[in-house]
Design a protein around this ligand. Sequence first.
Ligand code: Z5A
Ligand code: MG
Length: 206
Amino acid sequence: MARGRFILLEGCDRAGKSTQCAMLVAALKERGHSVELCKFPDRTTTIGKMIHAYLTNTEELDDRAIHLLFSANRWEAMQTIKRKLLAGTHLVVDRYAYSGVAFSAAKGLDLTWCKDPDRGLIRPDITFFLDLPSSDAEKRGGFGEERYEKREFQERVRDVFLQLRSKEWVMIDARKSVEAMHYEILRDTENKVRVAEADAQLEEED
Ligand code: Z5A
Ligand code: MG
């Protein structure tokens, strides 16, 4: 059996990550794949609840302390993620460590310091980066409700994301329609999944 693929959707605020994650999970399920959604921050855990209080401005926290909580929120999910991938379930992940680094470095924290706590996390097999200028993000629903949703800060976050960009990232222009983005993301994901399944088949035949 092929190991499940870790499919990450990262990107700017309001770029449509959660919309696309839900559509991707539904489309993969429809095609008979075992697939689950995973979201960071996971606000359901004890650590996640502290993060939620911070994001909704009911708690103040030191910049480094909140950075470490976001990272801990990923680490506490690692065993479950590993188990699911090994059982052949694909995981569609809504934000991950790149968000962690981008938001904290945009506050002025040292980039290397920001990266260190996430070293050793399971790496994504495919990363889509949904890119959206903050002038477009502002026009979308819900912008301005949480702590980081200010235009100038979002521009700094986007700059750090683009600094972190690796050549393996699949860049998606998030100004496109929901359907056009979904088409691109599903096509590339299916290609990746097909290759993984073919590799697993070859290994079984050896
Ligand atoms: N954060 C951090 O600091 N450190 C970390 O380690 C992590 C996160 C993991 C909460 O994250 C905050 O935590 C976030 C980063 C920080 N801060 N901010 N700001 P979150 O993931 O919970 O945030 P969210 O509430 O889900 O918002 P989002 O991710 O920015 O939105 P989105 O998922 O990218 O977009 P969406 O919910 O799918 O769509 C937003 C709206 O746009 C909605 O009205 C849609 O109908 C509309 N939309 C979507 N796609 C389109 C297209 N293609 N065209 C037009 N309109 C669209
Ligand atoms: Mg979202």
